[in-house]
Design a protein around this ligand. Structure first.
Ligand code: HEC
Ligand code: HEC
Ligand code: HEC
Ligand code: HEC
Length: 156
Protein backbone atom coordinates (compact mmCIF):
# COMPACT_ATOMS: atom_id res chain seq x y z
CA UNK A 1 0.00 0.00 0.00
CA UNK A 2 2.58 2.50 1.17
CA UNK A 3 4.98 1.40 -1.49
CA UNK A 4 2.44 1.96 -4.23
CA UNK A 5 1.54 5.32 -2.86
CA UNK A 6 5.15 6.27 -2.63
CA UNK A 7 5.78 5.03 -6.12
CA UNK A 8 3.06 7.21 -7.59
CA UNK A 9 3.86 10.33 -5.66
CA UNK A 10 7.58 10.03 -6.13
CA UNK A 11 7.13 9.13 -9.77
CA UNK A 12 5.01 12.16 -10.45
CA UNK A 13 7.24 14.50 -8.43
CA UNK A 14 10.38 13.24 -10.00
CA UNK A 15 9.02 13.30 -13.50
CA UNK A 16 7.81 16.87 -13.15
CA UNK A 17 11.14 18.11 -11.91
CA UNK A 18 13.37 15.84 -13.96
CA UNK A 19 13.61 18.31 -16.81
CA UNK A 20 14.46 21.24 -14.56
CA UNK A 21 16.97 19.68 -12.24
CA UNK A 22 19.99 17.53 -12.62
CA UNK A 23 18.67 14.09 -13.12
CA UNK A 24 16.78 12.00 -15.60
CA UNK A 25 15.75 8.39 -15.75
CA UNK A 26 17.50 5.34 -17.07
CA UNK A 27 14.96 2.65 -16.29
CA UNK A 28 11.77 2.90 -14.30
CA UNK A 29 13.19 3.21 -10.82
CA UNK A 30 16.61 4.53 -11.65
CA UNK A 31 17.65 8.14 -11.41
CA UNK A 32 20.57 9.44 -13.39
CA UNK A 33 22.25 11.92 -11.08
CA UNK A 34 24.05 14.55 -13.11
CA UNK A 35 23.74 18.03 -11.65
CA UNK A 36 25.16 20.04 -14.50
CA UNK A 37 23.26 23.07 -13.23
CA UNK A 38 25.55 23.03 -10.19
CA UNK A 39 28.80 21.47 -11.40
CA UNK A 40 28.67 22.97 -14.93
CA UNK A 41 31.15 20.64 -16.60
CA UNK A 42 31.07 17.20 -15.03
CA UNK A 43 34.46 15.66 -14.39
CA UNK A 44 33.01 12.24 -13.75
CA UNK A 45 30.37 10.16 -15.46
CA UNK A 46 26.81 10.50 -14.12
CA UNK A 47 25.75 8.16 -11.33
CA UNK A 48 22.81 5.81 -11.72
CA UNK A 49 20.91 5.57 -8.46
CA UNK A 50 18.06 3.15 -7.89
CA UNK A 51 15.84 5.02 -5.45
CA UNK A 52 13.18 2.36 -5.11
CA UNK A 53 15.63 -0.47 -4.53
CA UNK A 54 17.26 1.51 -1.74
CA UNK A 55 13.88 2.19 -0.14
CA UNK A 56 12.99 -1.49 -0.32
CA UNK A 57 16.28 -2.72 1.08
CA UNK A 58 16.59 -0.10 3.81
CA UNK A 59 13.04 -0.58 5.07
CA UNK A 60 10.74 1.60 7.16
CA UNK A 61 13.31 4.05 8.38
CA UNK A 62 14.82 4.40 4.92
CA UNK A 63 13.82 7.97 4.12
CA UNK A 64 15.40 9.41 7.25
CA UNK A 65 18.74 7.82 6.44
CA UNK A 66 19.15 10.02 3.37
CA UNK A 67 16.75 12.96 3.61
CA UNK A 68 16.78 15.81 6.10
CA UNK A 69 15.86 19.41 6.61
CA UNK A 70 17.69 21.88 8.82
CA UNK A 71 15.87 22.97 11.96
CA UNK A 72 17.06 26.54 12.54
CA UNK A 73 15.88 26.76 16.14
CA UNK A 74 17.50 23.56 17.25
CA UNK A 75 20.44 24.11 14.92
CA UNK A 76 20.37 20.54 13.71
CA UNK A 77 19.31 18.25 10.93
CA UNK A 78 16.00 16.46 11.28
CA UNK A 79 13.90 14.24 9.07
CA UNK A 80 10.45 15.50 8.16
CA UNK A 81 8.06 13.22 6.36
CA UNK A 82 6.76 14.77 3.15
CA UNK A 83 9.61 17.31 3.04
CA UNK A 84 12.02 15.21 1.00
CA UNK A 85 13.60 17.32 -1.71
CA UNK A 86 16.59 17.08 -3.97
CA UNK A 87 19.97 17.55 -2.30
CA UNK A 88 20.84 20.38 -4.69
CA UNK A 89 18.03 22.48 -3.19
CA UNK A 90 20.34 23.16 -0.24
CA UNK A 91 23.82 21.93 -1.11
CA UNK A 92 25.83 24.02 -3.56
CA UNK A 93 29.14 24.05 -5.37
CA UNK A 94 31.19 24.87 -2.23
CA UNK A 95 31.23 23.88 1.42
CA UNK A 96 29.49 26.57 3.51
CA UNK A 97 30.05 27.62 7.10
CA UNK A 98 26.92 27.56 9.20
CA UNK A 99 26.23 30.08 11.97
CA UNK A 100 26.95 27.49 14.63
CA UNK A 101 30.40 26.93 13.17
CA UNK A 102 29.59 23.59 11.59
CA UNK A 103 29.98 23.03 7.88
CA UNK A 104 27.33 22.38 5.30
CA UNK A 105 29.11 20.18 2.78
CA UNK A 106 29.15 20.97 -0.91
CA UNK A 107 26.80 18.97 -3.10
CA UNK A 108 29.61 16.63 -4.12
CA UNK A 109 30.66 16.08 -0.53
CA UNK A 110 27.06 15.67 0.60
CA UNK A 111 26.61 12.80 -1.86
CA UNK A 112 29.99 11.28 -1.12
CA UNK A 113 29.55 11.40 2.65
CA UNK A 114 26.00 10.08 2.52
CA UNK A 115 26.39 7.36 -0.13
CA UNK A 116 29.89 6.17 0.67
CA UNK A 117 29.54 6.22 4.45
CA UNK A 118 26.55 3.92 4.38
CA UNK A 119 28.03 1.57 1.78
CA UNK A 120 31.23 1.25 3.81
CA UNK A 121 29.40 0.75 7.08
CA UNK A 122 27.31 -2.07 5.67
CA UNK A 123 30.31 -3.65 3.97
CA UNK A 124 32.14 -3.66 7.29
CA UNK A 125 29.17 -5.36 8.88
CA UNK A 126 29.34 -7.99 6.15
CA UNK A 127 26.02 -6.93 4.60
CA UNK A 128 25.04 -6.60 0.98
CA UNK A 129 25.78 -3.06 -0.09
CA UNK A 130 26.75 -0.68 -2.89
CA UNK A 131 30.12 0.37 -4.14
CA UNK A 132 32.60 2.86 -2.75
CA UNK A 133 35.12 3.10 -5.53
CA UNK A 134 34.94 5.99 -7.97
CA UNK A 135 34.52 3.96 -11.12
CA UNK A 136 31.77 1.76 -9.77
CA UNK A 137 29.51 4.74 -9.10
CA UNK A 138 30.71 7.02 -11.89
CA UNK A 139 30.39 4.33 -14.51
CA UNK A 140 31.67 5.52 -17.84
CA UNK A 141 28.85 4.08 -19.94
CA UNK A 142 26.51 6.40 -18.00
CA UNK A 143 27.70 9.29 -20.14
CA UNK A 144 25.32 7.94 -22.72
CA UNK A 145 22.37 8.52 -20.39
CA UNK A 146 22.57 12.27 -20.42
CA UNK A 147 22.65 14.91 -22.98
CA UNK A 148 26.34 15.70 -22.76
CA UNK A 149 26.02 19.30 -23.81
CA UNK A 150 27.98 21.31 -21.25
CA UNK A 151 29.48 18.18 -19.74
CA UNK A 152 32.82 16.58 -20.33
CA UNK A 153 32.58 13.71 -22.69
CA UNK A 154 34.68 10.66 -22.10
CA UNK A 155 38.38 11.17 -22.63
CA UNK A 156 38.09 14.93 -22.77
C1 HEC B 1 28.61 5.72 -3.86
C2 HEC B 1 28.72 6.40 -5.12
C3 HEC B 1 29.90 7.32 -5.36
C4 HEC B 1 31.25 7.04 -5.21
C5 HEC B 1 31.89 5.77 -4.67
C6 HEC B 1 31.95 8.21 -5.68
N1 HEC B 1 31.08 9.17 -6.09
FE1 HEC B 1 31.57 10.97 -6.87
N2 HEC B 1 29.61 11.51 -6.88
C7 HEC B 1 28.55 10.66 -6.60
C8 HEC B 1 27.31 11.34 -6.87
C9 HEC B 1 25.93 10.79 -6.70
C10 HEC B 1 27.66 12.63 -7.34
C11 HEC B 1 26.75 13.73 -7.89
C12 HEC B 1 26.84 13.56 -9.40
C13 HEC B 1 26.30 14.67 -10.26
O1 HEC B 1 25.39 15.36 -9.86
O2 HEC B 1 26.82 14.82 -11.40
C14 HEC B 1 29.12 12.70 -7.32
C15 HEC B 1 29.86 13.81 -7.73
C16 HEC B 1 31.21 13.82 -7.97
C17 HEC B 1 31.95 14.93 -8.54
C18 HEC B 1 31.35 16.29 -8.92
C19 HEC B 1 30.63 16.19 -10.25
C20 HEC B 1 31.56 16.07 -11.44
O3 HEC B 1 31.46 15.05 -12.16
O4 HEC B 1 32.39 16.96 -11.67
C21 HEC B 1 33.24 14.52 -8.67
C22 HEC B 1 34.41 15.34 -9.23
C23 HEC B 1 33.32 13.19 -8.11
N3 HEC B 1 32.07 12.80 -7.71
C24 HEC B 1 34.48 12.43 -8.04
C25 HEC B 1 34.57 11.20 -7.39
C26 HEC B 1 35.83 10.51 -7.14
C27 HEC B 1 37.19 10.99 -7.57
C28 HEC B 1 35.51 9.36 -6.48
C29 HEC B 1 36.43 8.28 -5.90
C30 HEC B 1 37.41 8.77 -4.94
C31 HEC B 1 34.04 9.33 -6.32
N4 HEC B 1 33.53 10.47 -6.89
C32 HEC B 1 33.33 8.30 -5.71
C33 HEC B 1 28.63 9.36 -6.14
C34 HEC B 1 29.81 8.68 -5.90
C1 HEC C 1 19.65 5.86 -0.02
C2 HEC C 1 19.22 7.23 0.02
C3 HEC C 1 17.76 7.55 -0.13
C4 HEC C 1 16.69 6.94 0.48
C5 HEC C 1 16.68 5.74 1.40
C6 HEC C 1 15.52 7.70 0.09
N1 HEC C 1 15.88 8.72 -0.75
FE1 HEC C 1 14.65 9.99 -1.68
N2 HEC C 1 16.19 10.72 -2.80
C7 HEC C 1 17.51 10.38 -2.60
C8 HEC C 1 18.32 11.09 -3.57
C9 HEC C 1 19.82 11.00 -3.68
C10 HEC C 1 17.43 11.84 -4.35
C11 HEC C 1 17.79 12.71 -5.54
C12 HEC C 1 18.31 13.99 -5.04
C13 HEC C 1 19.05 14.79 -6.04
O1 HEC C 1 19.51 14.31 -7.07
O2 HEC C 1 19.20 15.96 -5.73
C14 HEC C 1 16.10 11.61 -3.83
C15 HEC C 1 14.93 12.19 -4.31
C16 HEC C 1 13.70 12.09 -3.70
C17 HEC C 1 12.52 12.82 -4.08
C18 HEC C 1 12.44 13.81 -5.22
C19 HEC C 1 12.76 15.15 -4.62
C20 HEC C 1 12.77 16.31 -5.56
O3 HEC C 1 12.00 17.25 -5.32
O4 HEC C 1 13.58 16.33 -6.47
C21 HEC C 1 11.51 12.46 -3.22
C22 HEC C 1 10.08 12.98 -3.21
C23 HEC C 1 12.06 11.49 -2.30
N3 HEC C 1 13.39 11.28 -2.63
C24 HEC C 1 11.37 10.91 -1.27
C25 HEC C 1 11.83 9.84 -0.51
C26 HEC C 1 11.02 9.09 0.45
C27 HEC C 1 9.56 9.40 0.79
C28 HEC C 1 11.82 8.10 0.93
C29 HEC C 1 11.45 6.98 1.90
C30 HEC C 1 10.33 6.14 1.49
C31 HEC C 1 13.14 8.25 0.30
N4 HEC C 1 13.09 9.30 -0.56
C32 HEC C 1 14.23 7.43 0.53
C33 HEC C 1 17.99 9.50 -1.66
C34 HEC C 1 17.24 8.66 -0.90
C1 HEC D 1 16.50 21.65 3.26
C2 HEC D 1 17.93 21.74 3.00
C3 HEC D 1 18.70 20.46 2.81
C4 HEC D 1 18.42 19.42 1.95
C5 HEC D 1 17.24 19.28 1.01
C6 HEC D 1 19.50 18.48 2.08
N1 HEC D 1 20.41 18.93 2.99
FE1 HEC D 1 22.07 17.97 3.64
N2 HEC D 1 22.45 19.47 4.96
C7 HEC D 1 21.75 20.65 5.07
C8 HEC D 1 22.39 21.53 6.05
C9 HEC D 1 21.92 22.92 6.44
C10 HEC D 1 23.52 20.83 6.54
C11 HEC D 1 24.53 21.30 7.59
C12 HEC D 1 24.02 20.98 8.95
C13 HEC D 1 24.95 21.40 10.04
O1 HEC D 1 25.99 21.98 9.75
O2 HEC D 1 24.61 21.16 11.20
C14 HEC D 1 23.53 19.53 5.83
C15 HEC D 1 24.46 18.54 6.06
C16 HEC D 1 24.58 17.39 5.32
C17 HEC D 1 25.61 16.39 5.53
C18 HEC D 1 26.70 16.41 6.58
C19 HEC D 1 26.13 16.04 7.91
C20 HEC D 1 25.83 14.59 7.98
O3 HEC D 1 24.65 14.23 8.21
O4 HEC D 1 26.75 13.79 7.80
C21 HEC D 1 25.40 15.41 4.58
C22 HEC D 1 26.21 14.15 4.37
C23 HEC D 1 24.24 15.81 3.79
N3 HEC D 1 23.76 17.01 4.28
C24 HEC D 1 23.72 15.10 2.72
C25 HEC D 1 22.53 15.41 2.05
C26 HEC D 1 21.95 14.60 0.98
C27 HEC D 1 22.56 13.33 0.43
C28 HEC D 1 20.79 15.22 0.61
C29 HEC D 1 19.78 14.76 -0.42
C30 HEC D 1 19.28 13.38 -0.30
C31 HEC D 1 20.64 16.41 1.43
N4 HEC D 1 21.71 16.48 2.28
C32 HEC D 1 19.59 17.31 1.37
C33 HEC D 1 20.61 20.96 4.37
C34 HEC D 1 19.96 20.14 3.47
C1 HEC E 1 21.69 4.13 4.30
C2 HEC E 1 22.48 3.29 3.43
C3 HEC E 1 22.71 3.66 1.98
C4 HEC E 1 22.88 4.91 1.45
C5 HEC E 1 22.85 6.26 2.15
C6 HEC E 1 23.12 4.73 0.04
N1 HEC E 1 23.12 3.40 -0.28
FE1 HEC E 1 23.49 2.60 -2.11
N2 HEC E 1 23.16 0.76 -1.39
C7 HEC E 1 22.78 0.45 -0.10
C8 HEC E 1 22.48 -0.97 0.00
C9 HEC E 1 22.03 -1.71 1.26
C10 HEC E 1 22.70 -1.51 -1.28
C11 HEC E 1 22.53 -2.97 -1.71
C12 HEC E 1 21.19 -3.12 -2.37
C13 HEC E 1 20.98 -4.50 -2.88
O1 HEC E 1 21.40 -4.80 -4.00
O2 HEC E 1 20.42 -5.30 -2.14
C14 HEC E 1 23.13 -0.39 -2.14
C15 HEC E 1 23.44 -0.53 -3.49
C16 HEC E 1 23.83 0.49 -4.32
C17 HEC E 1 24.23 0.33 -5.71
C18 HEC E 1 24.32 -0.99 -6.49
C19 HEC E 1 23.00 -1.66 -6.61
C20 HEC E 1 22.03 -0.95 -7.50
O3 HEC E 1 21.88 -1.34 -8.64
O4 HEC E 1 21.36 -0.02 -7.04
C21 HEC E 1 24.51 1.57 -6.18
C22 HEC E 1 24.96 1.96 -7.59
C23 HEC E 1 24.28 2.51 -5.10
N3 HEC E 1 23.89 1.82 -3.97
C24 HEC E 1 24.43 3.88 -5.20
C25 HEC E 1 24.16 4.79 -4.17
C26 HEC E 1 24.26 6.22 -4.28
C27 HEC E 1 24.66 6.97 -5.55
C28 HEC E 1 23.94 6.74 -3.08
C29 HEC E 1 23.88 8.18 -2.64
C30 HEC E 1 22.97 9.04 -3.41
C31 HEC E 1 23.65 5.63 -2.19
N4 HEC E 1 23.80 4.46 -2.88
C32 HEC E 1 23.32 5.77 -0.85
C33 HEC E 1 22.73 1.33 0.96
C34 HEC E 1 22.85 2.72 0.88
Amino acid sequence: MFKNWFGWIAGICMLSVALMVGYGFAQDDEMVIAHKEVFKRLERAPVVFNHEKHVEVLGDEACAQCHHVYNEEEGKLVYEEGEETGCADCHGLKDEKMNDGSTKPSLMNAYHISCVKCHRKLAKAGKKTGSYTCGECHVKVNWKLINTEGAHTEGE
